[in-house]
Design a protein around this ligand. Structure first.
Ligand SMILES: [Fe+2]
Length: 240
């Protein structure tokens, strides 16, 4: 649970002040190279890979009733839940559901690349392997379920160009336009149910579900030039 007091503390954050105090490092040349190449692709970019949703539905039904509330906030009704796909050593699918939650639990300022250990979900949900086996290692990955009326408010993720991961999202059950909406950089985007996308989540985005069981997998891929080229090999619309 994120309390009103914690929300007020977060609102005081200053990029400028933290940079001046040495808490935010300057971007490195490799950040510029990687970010420029990623920016050339777009910010909501379909990949060739589609997840077989019939198989996924069967596999995920094993976890009915076991999903964990996702970042509950004081004084808010918001029906959204998570399962941990890649987390910390010893994690189960029911731990490390969001970065603020896990920072609070461990008392450490963990980054997306500190999460490297797949949970049992990696084996119990084989339908996800076509996308999750592309990169040699993964950062924090979470399955997110948004139920009817659930939403994520406008926010940006890791907006500084020294971010150490980029995001790939697999849109799974009930993520088509009739069921679910993802507004990205202040415009609605088309989502093909089952398809995987590179999404630049540094841009402002918000989401809303009109139905139960709208599920997507949020993956953090370590930001290396090799991993960007591996992603480019998956573009639905490439050069040829
Ligand atoms: Fe986000």
């Amino acid at each position: 649970m994120i309390t009103d007091k914690e929300k007020a503390e977060l609102a005081k954050f200053s990029y400028y002040k933290n940079y001046k105090e040495g808490l935010i490092p300057s971007p490195k040349m490799m950040d510029l190279v990687c970010e420029t190449q990623l920016a050339a692709l777009g910010d909501f970019v379909p990949l060739k890979i589609k997840i077989k949703l019939g198989n996924f539905k069967k596999e995920i039904s094993k976890y009915d009733g076991k999903w964990v509330p996702y970042l509950a906030r004081e004084g808010e009704q918001n029906d959204r839940q998570g399962l941990n796909y890649v987390g910390l050593e010893g994690d189960t699918p029911y731990d490390s559901i969001s970065l603020p939650e896990v920072r609070k639990r461990t008392g450490k300022l963990l980054r997306e690349t500190d999460f490297t250990v797949p949970t049992e979900l990696f084996e119990t949900l084989p339908s996800l392997k076509p996308i999750t086996s592309i990169w040699p290692t993964l950062g924090r990955c979470t399955l997110v379920k948004v139920n009817k009326g659930g939403w994520f408010p406008y926010h940006r993720d890791s907006v500084l160009i020294n971010r150490n991961t980029f995001r790939i999202i697999a849109f799974l059950t009930n993520t088509g336009h009739e069921s679910y909406q993802w507004e990205h950089d202040y415009a609605l985007r088309n989502i093909e149910e089952g398809r995987c996308y590179y999404v630049n989540t540094q841009k402002a985005h918000r989401t809303h579900s009109y139905v139960h069981d709208s599920i997507h997998l949020v993956m953090n891929v370590p930001k290396t030039f090799d991993n960007i080229l591996r992603t480019m090999d998956l573009l639905k619309h490439g050069e040829t």
